[in-house]
Unconditional design. Structure first.
Length: 509
């Protein structure tokens, strides 16, 4: 593996030309990203109906979610590198068709086993589709101002997709059938495939085709599988279960082995300069921490609305709409005005601080509450904080990467978000359950009123920890980001390449 100095300017051979169709490319990519992001929450809304229809137990219920997250999380880096090797347009279309086919299979499932298998297939094709979509965006938008706008839209979708899934899942489950929570992906994918065929550009490869790093792929896939599986078991079996700490320990060993192998591999799956660059390391950290913190919003606020305030699924989804609106507004302000002026070193920590304050605000909620007075303000604050954080972090995470490695660099964005969500699920659920048990033990006898107070107390505990995640992220990213070195305004004219003040080492083929 040899290294060269800064990446080639946009006029280099093989660099995609600026196309008048690029905004239609953004629409196509946005549809694919929305499909992948909302799938994680839209299926959660359908779980009770699916359980009643197929007759599986509460213990088995988690596998509808876990099968997807295991396949998705463990294969992301492989999917990102595969898109680099076979071509992003081809990988994008294969991912869309495969995801749609797996969704149709799950929607038609007549048994629990078939539904779990379909969800695992969804995760596998999602692991190809998600990083490819971001890589297409990275290589399509090279003009700094347009790149900022495109990543603002993409970041807003990445942050809001979960809430959109809650609303869509509620509507589909109540008005149609739980199976339509899976069938809807077929409709979205068909539109996206048509857009990909027409608008996504095939970029000819320059230089010899590198080989796939098979040992690296096996090591990192096994490590990510063990990590997600370990945290999933911690949520259900506790941290003292061998299935929890054993897999987490194995994940650590495998990750160390993966890093050591990448240092000497001729064609590394993940060239280490990609993640060792300070700005990208800060961005991946921000995305991971935001993923962990955001899960507290969607999970516990959903429980609070439905279990405590007795909202319907549709009302719950509608309750998140103001947060989505603020997220979209903040994303556009951030990417078009604030990030070019102040850079991610300022905007990401500020966004995380705002999100932390929104989390703290949520802790005041009680057994009874008025949505407009008590819940709307913190949700809007959280939306603004996430909209200020995610677009800046995502666009910086892929800035300055050799286009031949855009897929695997993009996969790290999705990997960070997925791992963050897994960590957030296990930690926050465990902390909330412990808080509820302690509350019940100290407020005997356990009447229904006490149980309701215990639930609200457990949610508040999760919000405090979510606020701590965001506060830690604010301090960490403020320290890691270089001053204005990765702002779009500081990029080379017309380029999506290395930051202007720091030549970026890239891997030569």
């Amino acid at each position: 593996m040899s290294q060269t100095s800064p990446t080639l300017p946009p006029a280099a051979p093989g660099q995609p030309a600026v196309s008048t169709r690029r905004w239609w490319t953004l629409v196509t990519v946005a549809l694919a990203q929305l499909m992948v992001v909302l799938d994680s929450t839209v299926v959660n809304i359908a779980l009770p109906s699916a359980q009643a229809d197929l007759g599986f137990s509460n213990a088995d219920r988690q596998w509808i979610v876990t099968a997807y997250s295991l396949a998705f999380g463990s294969l992301l880096l492989f999917g990102g590198r595969l898109s680099d090797l076979i071509g992003r347009k081809r990988a994008f279309i294969i991912g869309l068709i495969g995801f749609a086919g797996a969704s149709a299979l799950g929607g038609a499932a007549g048994t629990f086993g078939l539904l779990v298998g379909a969800r695992a297939l969804q995760g596998a094709f999602g692991a190809l589709l998600a990083p490819t979509a971001l890589a297409v965006l990275t290589t399509t938008f090279t003009v700094p101002k347009e790149r900022a706008r495109a990543f603002g839209i993409f970041g807003a979708i990445a942050g809001a997709g979960g809430a959109v899934g809650l609303l869509l899942g509620g509507v589909l489950t109540e008005q149609l059938d739980w199976r339509w929570n899976l069938y809807i992906n077929v409709v979205i994918a068909l539109v996206a495939v048509a857009g990909a065929v027409v608008f996504v550009t095939s970029v000819p490869r320059v230089g010899p085709r590198p080989k796939l790093d098979v040992p690296g792929t096996i090591l990192v896939s096994a490590a990510l599988f063990s990590l997600v599986y370990g945290f999933s078991n911690a949520e259900s079996d506790g941290w003292d279960s061998p299935a929890s700490w054993g897999f987490l320990a194995a994940s650590g060993v495998l990750l160390v082995a993966f890093v050591l192998w990448q240092r000497k591999a001729e064609h590394p799956l993940l060239p280490l300069p990609i993640v060792l660059h300070r700005n990208r390391a800060a961005s991946y950290s921000a995305i991971l921490i935001a993923g962990a913190g955001m899960f507290g919003i969607f999970l516990f606020v959903t429980y609070y609305l439905q279990a405590t305030l007795k909202f319907t699924p549709i009302q719950t989804g509608l309750g998140f709409l103001p947060m989505i609106a603020m997220l979209v507004l903040a994303a556009q302000l951030s990417t078009n005005i604030f990030v070019p002026r102040f850079g991610p070193k300022v905007m990401v920590p500020i966004g995380m601080t705002i999100a932390a304050s929104g989390m703290v605000y949520l802790t005041h909620l009680g057994v009874t509450a008025n949505y407009a007075a008590d819940l709307l303000p913190p949700l809007m604050i959280l939306g603004f904080g996430m909209g200020s954080t995610m677009p800046a972090a995502i666009q910086t995470a892929t800035l300055g990467v050799d286009r031949h490695y855009a897929g695997v660099a993009s996969a790290m964005v999705n990997t960070s978000q997925q791992v963050g969500g897994s960590i957030g699920t296990a930690l926050l659920n465990t902390l909330a359950a412990t808080a509820a048990a302690d509350y019940l033990a100290s407020h005997l006898p356990p009447t229904p009123a006490v149980a309701a107070e215990a639930a609200v107390h457990s949610y508040a505990t999760a919000y405090w920890w979510g606020a701590a995640f965001f506060a830690f992220g604010a301090v960490l990213t403020a320290f890691l980001y270089r001053r204005r070195s990765a702002t779009l305004a500081a990029s080379p004219a017309g380029g999506a390449d290395a930051p202007a003040d720091t030549p970026e080492p890239v891997v030569a083929h």
